[in-house]
Each structure stands twice: as C-alpha cells, then as structure tokens.
Design a protein around this ligand. Structure first.
Ligand code: ATP
Length: 907
C-alpha cells in the first residue's frame, strides 16, 4: 500500500525518533526486505539522476564552434566565393566528419570515466529482517535503519537514533572541520545542515559509530536538491591534452601563415588568383591538425578502461599520464604488500609461548583469547552478517577464540558492550567496556606503558617489573623479526566514575593478559612487482602503522630496501626537521617508515614532491585522506579501504594489490608512448605534402603543381585516420619498464620527436615522392616550363598522391616503436594497424582506378611500372627510420658508458 507511506519529500526529519518511526512506518529494528523492495519501486533508487539526454545536442553543437572548426568554415566560404565549389564541399565534409568524430570520441571518453562509478559502488550496512546486512547504496529507502561507522560515506539523509559520529560536511557546506552529530540531542531550531541529530548523503563519517533512520533518498536528499553531484564526471584537461592543444594551435598558426604566404607566391608563379586561393585554402585545411586532440583524449580513455580491467580504477583521464611518470611509490604494508589474511600462530602468556594448536588447553590462553575477541567490532561469516566483515586483525582474533573453544558471538558481544573507544591510528589501540571490564588491545608499545600488572602463570595479577617488561619486549621483537604482527591485550575493572572521566583516564593501570602474534604473508605477486618497479627506476618506500621489525622483515621478503633495512619510526620522524628528512629521502635508499602517523605520511609526501618526485601514495584510513589528496596519485584500496580514502584517492585498486600499482604505471607509460606514436605519424606527412608546393613556388611555376588540393584532402581524411587511431592502441614496447621514469617536465612533443617526424620520416618521404613525380614527367619527355598534356599531368599528380600514401604505410610501421626495433615487437602484431593500412590501400586504389572518383580527384590510373616504382617506398621510409634509431641507440649507449653515474641512478 504505497499510498499510506508519507512521500519522502514530506517527512519532517526533525521530529523525535518515535514520531519519525511512526511516520516512516518503520522500527528501530529496520524494515523487512519485502517492504524495502516495495518502497524501492515507489521511491525509486537512491541515486542522483543526471539530465544527460539533453546534454548531447549541445555537446555536438560545441564541436562546430571550436576555433579550428570556425577556421575551416571560413576556408569553405572563401572556396565557395572563389568559385571552387568542389573544394568548398570537401572542406564542409572535413568539418562534418571531424565534428562527428570528435563528438563520438568525447562521448566515449566520458562514458569510460562514468563507467568507473560502477567499479566503485557505495554500499551501506542496513537492518533488514532484523539482521545487519550490506546492500548497495542505491537500494536504501526511507525507513531503513543504517549503521554508520568511521570511514563510511553516508549515502542517504538520516536521523541518528543511537551513538554519535563526527562527520565531514565539506561537500555540503565547504566546512573542512568535522562536526559532531549525536542521537540524543534536544531539538534546537536552526538551519537543517546544522541540526546535531541529522546526517546527510554525500558527507562522510570521520569517527565514531551510530545508527540512523533514513529519512530521504535520491533526489530528495539535501545533496540531491543542491545537485552538487551533477558536476561529477567533469574532467579537466590533462597536462598532456594541454600540451597537445598548444601544439595544435602552433601548427594551425604555421599552416595559416604558410597558406597565406602561398597566395602571392602562387600568383607570382603564374597561377590565377582563383587557383592560388584554392591552393592556399588546401594547404591550410591539410595542415590544421584538427583531429589530434580528440584522438588523444580517446587514447587516455582507452588507457582508463584497460586499467579498470586490470584492477585499477582511475577517476581522471589525466591520472593515466601522471602514473606513467611516477618516480616513487609510498606503500603501506598490511593488505597491499601482504594478503591481509591474518591468522594467529602464537600466544605469549605469563612468560610462556603457546602454539595455537595446543593453547586451548590452557585457561590463561583462553582468557586472553576471549578478552581479545571481546574487544572487536568485526563479525565472522554467518555471525549475524552472512558474509561477515571487519578488520582482518580482529577477524583473526575472533577465529582464535573459536579455535580455542571459547567463541565470541558478535551479537551478544555488541549487546553486552557499554563503551567503545574505536581504534585510534595515532595511539594504535582500541578499548571496549563489557560486563564491567575494560578490554584494551593494540600495539605493544602503546599498551605496555599503560600496564602496571600482568597475569602471572598462577593466574594471579602480579606487578609488572622492569625485568618482566624487558621479557615482554624481547618476546615482541622475537616475533616481529620473523615478520609476525604482535598485539598486546590488557584489561581492568571499569568503575563507572573512571569511565565518566574519559578515555585517557580509563586506559591506565591495566593488567597485561598476554601477547598475540599473527602472520600475514606477503602477496605472491609482490616480489616480482617490486623488482619491476626497481627496473623501471622507481623507488619504493613503506609507510606503515605496524612495528618496525615486522615491517622491515616483510619489506625484506618482498625485496624492498635492497637487502638493507633502514627503518625510521614515527617518533624518529617527528624528531627530524625538514632538512634531515630531505637528506634522508635524497640519498636514494628505500626506507621503511614504521609506526607512522597520518601527519608523518603527509610530511613524507610533501618532502618527496618538493624534491621533484612524482609520488604514488597508498592509504586506506580516514586519516590518510590528506596524504592521498596531496600525492600526485593517491591510491586507495577498493576492498579494505574506507569510503573516505576512496573518495580522496585518484586511483582505487579493486584488488588492493601492490602489483596493480606497478601495472598501472606500465599502462600509463604505454599510453604516453602511444600518444607520441600517432603524433609522430600525423606530423610526418606534412613534409611530403608541403615540399611539392615549395617546388612549384620556388621554380616560379616552371614545375607544375605536383599535388591537387582534393588529393591532399583525400590523404588527410581518407587514408591517414585509421592507421593513426590504430597506433594509439599499440602494445607496450619491450623495455618499457626498464627505462627510467620520464621527466614530468618533458613535453610530449619534443625536439627528438620533431627531428624524427620532419627530419627523417618527412624528408625521406618528400624525396621519394618528388622522385616519383619527376620520374613520370621525365618518362613523358617533359622539360621545365613546358606545358603538359592533361593525361600526363594527371598521372604525375596521381604518382605524388600514391607516393605519399606508400610513404605513409612505411611511416606507420616505423612509428610503432620508438626505443625498440620493430622486429622485437613483431612486424604484424598490431592487427588494427594492418586493418587500417588495408583500408588505406583500398581507398587509394578506388581514388586512382574508379572513373567516378578519378573525375572528382583528377587522378589517372597508374600502370605496372609506376606501381613497381612505388613498391619499395614503405620499406625505404621504414628502413631509413630504423637506421636513424639504431644510430641513436648506439650513440645513447656510448653516452651511458661515458657517464656511469647515470646507469647507477636508474638501476
Ligand atoms: N583493530 C585493532 N585493534 C587494536 N590494535 C590494532 C588494530 N589494528 C591494528 N592495531 C595495532 O595498530 C598497529 C597499526 O595498525 P594500522 O592499521 O595503523 O597499520 P597496519 O594495518 O599495521 O599497517 P598499514 O599502515 O601498512 O596498513 C598494528 O601494528 C597493531 O599493533
């Protein structure tokens, strides 16, 4: 009966909980699933709708108002006015095709970024049928009772019904300091956003735990009203795109200048004004690289999609290229280098060590296990939450208790608990009060100083003397040196007045119950990934909350630190001033920062960036958000991380695996390389297109124009496009990850690229093309200045046209590799390119041999001799480029030999 439920927009969220529940027809135990499903159909999914459909016509229209499109329109009008209707039509075709092409590419790029949202679904813990279950955020309905804990992104507007949380409201009010929201608050009139009992969709919980009843979902939420998220998916231009845009403008300016300069030269050389205008327009249209920018955007989008498939979701296109120039990876340990699947191997109680398999026999071990498992919030699978969930350290403790025959059930633990002091990443401990006892568990350096007594082997509480303290510390170090993670567990009687004095007062005078040592093995793929990062000239620092010796052992096991164990603790880092830190990070060593704090993480990140490094930094907690935002690439964990970290990060690893970061760096390098490949390809043909005009102009008209305007357009529009696109999909070159990182300051279009495009590929092509043209003239007995029969002229220009196409085929193969030889990547390994070239050849054959097209393009059929003349062109172009690159590689190798310091810097 949908009509009986108050429409969400009408609910007054500020009424007391009992009335709110009545209005929403819900209870503190939540909704039944069937009712929730019914409400979902009534209210619709809890998401913000975007008015996409209306956007695309505007996007398409925008393609025609781009400055380059306007330039081409002016050219079309001039051509029409200059009585060259064929050219005008061709230019309009260029404009239409380009706009359509750019539009499709932009949409695809946008869709790639939007599709990423599907990889990062928000979920919520909600009471359904009396059980706490995890559901996708879009399935929340008004009346649902949700649980909110530290690190959660809140996905509906709700009123707290118990507990209290700190929330970051910056998405709604721009205020960066978290605000406290609590269930038991009297109604105080004031602005909605400041109501102390309400939480809002789009904000995030930075501390605490609470339950709340959902009042509004989807577009009825505050954020839905503000529609702040409608701007999501907005992508800013990447540095690469900015560079290419700049280059496009420079080239367009050169093309226009060349076109305009041709006008008087053409007239002086004997062309009529109309013909001269036609040619200068042709020159401009041919050389304005209007398709370059959308093609690059598409290459980045393809990179984003490939990354998502391999487990790394990036949120901005520009991240792909930044990844490629990463020089330092700062990784945490637990869950990134290791599997985050912990299990307890040893217990230490009253000076005795127990293997878990036999510890169940001992009463003190059982007590230790129960205390540790009581001080948790996680749940094992099947314990109220079907899939289980929570911190893997805590799951290990719950499994330990079960293994020792003293299982702790999540629901009775939670209902008996009166106080929860959540795990604090600074103090590195957590406490709970249950049944009059305060249980504390955490890092041994954090818990031990709070202990005054310990549980001795007779089960009595004895004074914790210095010698016992030393014994405990030695046990901790012993475990840590083998890579085990150690927790100390302690307890005390929790008197009510003590609790009233707050956490600090409560957590003292503790009795140490013992130590729990757990193993968390390194992930299998990590050592190889670390080695790959090293080969790629990337340094890896570990920044972990864990204990130094444990972290150092794990780092050594995966190959970080090159056999040396350089450990800097959080306390040592705090003592260092900025100069010391710069010195430490500047000497090329890999370092394990142990017991690090979120502030420490941020400081390390800043120091590295100020040294010019491009830093990829991992993090998973709420407190990691500033460091993640500050790093060049903030990397959050998709599985174990908090929503807040995922929100702050640029890249989210869906598999939480360090190896994925290195794969992402590789993908970034590959995309950047491929962009250079098609820029090289597109630039190279400018020389053989322009040189024939120069010959005509410089000869004062004695040599006829070797290429017609429509033939140029046929090259730029018909033959060039598909191979260029295929180059954007080229596989990684061998050695891609053996090169040092590229300097972030290096431009994508640099002198080396221009030398290769224009100086080698372009010049060789121009020489061959011109030779073909003169060869046809020479065979027809032509002499400079003589008038040519139309047929011979048509065949000569066709030869130039076909020559440029043949050289383009060679250029496409040459452009496939930059550092390696073509043989090493496999001559025929890029199927798309082969397809593109096949299309290019069929199109060219049609233009040359089909009479209707001959009429349009002024071409004439080429005979066997001409084709034979053209046949070696691709090989000559490609061969010249291979020789040039081999020479450069040799020179590069000699240079490296002369400068051994460069070698060691990258090794
Ligand atoms: N749930 C917990 N309760 C109590 N103490 C914990 C808990 N989880 C971790 N600790 C203690 O705090 C220390 C730091 O934990 P933290 O989660 O900050 O880092 P980590 O998970 O070990 O490492 P990383 O930063 O590499 O992910 C641990 O070494 C452990 O001693």
């Amino acid at each position: 009966m949908a009509q009986t439920i108050t429409a969400p927009a009408e609910v007054d969220e500020r009424q007391p909980p009992t009335e709110l529940f009545r209005h929403l027809r819900s209870t503190p135990g939540g909704l039944r699933s069937r009712e929730a499903a019914r409400r979902l159909t009534v209210y619709g999914p809890n998401e913000l709708s975007r008015r996409q459909a209306r956007i695309w016509p505007r996007q398409l229209l925008a393609q025609f108002t781009q400055p380059l499109a306007v330039l081409l329109m002016v050219a079309a009008v001039l051509a029409w006015a200059g009585h060259s209707p064929a050219l005008a039509v061709a230019v309009v075709a260029v404009i239409l095709l380009n706009a359509g092409f750019a539009f499709v590419q932009e949409r695809q790029a946008e869709r790639a970024v939007e599709a990423l949202a599907a990889f990062l679904p928000l979920s919520a813990r909600v009471m359904r049928d009396g059980e706490l279950v995890e559901v996708p955020g879009r399935d929340l309905v008004p009346g649902d009772v949700i649980e909110i804990t530290e690190g959660d992104r809140i996905c509906a507007d709700a009123r707290l019904i118990d507990g209290s949380v700190a929330v970051d409201l910056s998405t709604l009010n721009g205020e960066s300091l978290p605000a406290v929201r609590t269930a038991d608050t009297e109604h105080v009139p004031g602005p909605l956003l400041e109501a102390r009992e309400l939480v809002f969709s789009g904000t995030s919980c930075t501390a605490g735990q609470a339950r709340a009843v959902v009042t509004h979902t989807g577009m009825h939420t505050e954020i839905g009203r503000i529609a702040a998220l409608s701007q999501r998916g907005h992508t800013e231009a990447s540095p690469l795109e900015r560079q290419v845009r700049r280059a496009t403008w420079i080239i367009a300016a050169v093309a226009v200048t060349a076109g305009v300069a041709f006008l008087p030269i053409g007239v002086l050389a004997g062309l009529g004004w109309a013909a001269a205008i036609t040619f200068s327009i042709g020159l401009i249209v041919a050389n304005v690289p209007e398709g370059l920018l959308p093609t690059i955007t598409l290459a980045l989008a393809a990179g984003v999609r490939a990354l998502a498939r391999s487990g790394a979701v990036v949120k901005r296109l520009s991240a792909v290229e930044t990844l490629g120039s990463t020089t330092v990876i700062c990784t945490d340990k637990t869950g990134t280098l290791t599997e985050n699947r912990m299990h307890v191997t040893h217990l230490w109680v009253a000076g005795r060590e127990w293997a878990v398999a036999v510890a169940g026999r001992d009463r003190l071990c059982r007590e230790l296990a129960v205390a540790a498992a009581t001080c948790t919030t996680a749940r094992l699978p099947g314990d109220g939450v079907s899939a289980g969930g929570g911190d893997p350290t805590e799951l290990a403790l719950l499994r330990l208790a079960a293994a020792l025959g003293v299982p702790v059930s999540g629901s009775s633990r939670d209902s008996a608990r009166t106080v929860l002091y959540a795990f604090d990443p600074r103090s590195k401990r957590m406490s709970t009060v249950t049944g009059g006892h305060l249980h504390v568990k955490g890092a041994s350096e954090s818990v031990l100083p709070l202990c005054t007594r310990f549980l001795d082997d007779s089960g009595r509480f004895s004074a914790l003397t210095d010698s016992i303290r030393d014994e405990v510390a030695a046990a901790v170090d012993g475990y840590a040196r083998t890579g085990l993670r150690v927790l100390a567990v302690a307890q005390r009687i929790a008197e009510p007045d003590l609790l009233a004095a707050g956490r600090e007062a409560a957590e003292k005078d503790l009795t140490l119950l013992g130590l729990v040592a757990m193993v968390d093995p390194p992930r299998e793929a990590v050592p190889a990934a670390v080695a790959a990062a090293h080969r790629a000239g990337i340094r890896v620092h570990v920044i972990t909350g864990d204990y130094g010796p444990t972290a150092a052992e794990i780092a050594a096991q995966v190959g970080i630190g090159d056999g040396r164990r350089r450990v800097v603790t959080g306390a040592e880092l705090e003592q260092m001033d900025d100069a010391d830190l710069d010195h430490l990070l500047g000497d090329g060593q890999e370092i394990v920062f142990a017991r690090s704090s979120p502030e420490g993480k941020l400081r390390i990140c800043e120091a590295l960036r100020s040294q010019g490094h491009i830093v990829a930094m991992t993090g998973d907690g709420v407190n990691d958000a500033p460091a993640l935002r500050h790093a060049d690439i903030g990397v959050a964990m998709g599985r174990s991380g908090t929503d807040v970290a995922r929100e702050a990060a640029t890249m989210v690893l869906t598999d939480d695996n360090f190896a994925t970061i290195v794969r992402a760096v590789e993908a970034g390098r590959r995309v950047y390389d491929n962009v250079r490949k098609f820029v090289l390809y597109i630039f190279a043909h400018a020389v053989p297109e322009v040189v024939p005009f120069l010959i005509f102009a410089l000869s004062g008209g004695a040599v006829p124009l070797p290429l017609t305007v429509l033939q140029i357009l046929a090259i730029d529009l018909g033959t060039e496009t598909l191979p260029a696109l295929a180059l954007g999909r080229e596989r990684a070159e061998p050695g891609l990850m053996s090169r040092p990182p590229r300097s972030p300051k290096a431009g994508v279009i640099d002198g080396r690229l221009l030398l290769r495009a224009w100086g080698v590929l372009g010049v060789v092509s121009a020489v061959l093309v011109t030779a073909g043209f003169f060869w046809v003239l020479w065979r027809a007995g032509w002499e400079p200045g003589a008038t040519l029969p139309g047929e011979v002229y048509a065949q000569a220009t066709t030869m130039t046209f076909a020559g440029i196409v043949a050289c383009q085929v060679g250029t496409a193969f040459a452009a496939r590799t930059d550092h390696a030889s073509l043989r090493s990547v496999g001559v025929f390994s890029n199927r798309l390119l082969l397809g593109g070239i096949a299309f290019e050849l069929v199109f060219t054959a049609a233009v040359i041999y089909l009479p209707p097209l001959q009429a349009v393009f002024d071409t004439a059929a080429l005979g066997g001799a001409e084709l034979l003349f053209l046949a070696p062109f691709p090989l000559l172009v490609w061969g010249a480029d291979e020789i040039f690159r081999a020479w450069r590689r040799r020179r590069g190798a000699d240079a490296t030999k002369e400068a051994p310091s460069c070698e060691s810097a990258t090794s």
